[in-house]
Design a protein around this ligand. Structure first.
Ligand code: 5GP
Length: 129
């Protein structure tokens, strides 16, 4: 079971944004920017491009709704999307609120993302989903 499957199962806590039958969204624990969110399929698959066309299409439709909720909650010009997947072997899309290109730099991390602030942000995004 991947760490992300444990999050879906409620065995590991997370700042949840939204879920449906097949997909789940939650805040990245080590955010590049406030509102940095991960979208995953509930079904375990390591490499995103090993998902079926239908699953990938469904994931994109779900991700689009999450991005819209992020944009309503966090002041930004656009919400950027990235797929890395080098650390956790469970397909995931990073959604990151952008003011400029530098906001997509994964070497940059939010300093001291306190539980209070993470909870506040997750609730704000979740409310707009
Ligand atoms: P990647 O696999 O895309 O290179 O990086 C995995 C991402 O998942 C990282 O941005 C990391 O902060 C995030 N991450 C890893 N473990 C956890 C976790 O237990 N909870 C949450 N919310 N995010 C995690």
């Amino acid at each position: 079971m991947t760490i992300f499957s444990k999050i879906v199962a409620g065995e590991i806590p997370c700042y949840k944004i939204a879920e449906d039958e097949n997909f789940f969204a939650f805040l990245d624990i080590n955010p590049v920017n406030w509102g940095h969110t991960l979208v995953i399929p509930k079904r375990e698959e390591d490499y995103i491009f090993d998902l079926s066309d239908d699953e990938l299409g469904g994931m994109m439709a779900f991700t689009k709704k999450v991005a819209s909720a992020i944009k309503k909650a966090i002041p930004c010009r656009k919400v950027g999307m990235a797929v890395l997947g080098l650390e956790v072997p469970h397909a995931h899309i990073h959604l990151i609120p952008l003011q400029n290109e530098g906001d997509m730099d994964f070497r940059h991390k939010v300093e001291n993302p306190t539980p209070e602030k993470m909870k506040e942000i997750a609730e704000k995004i979740a409310a707009g989903f």
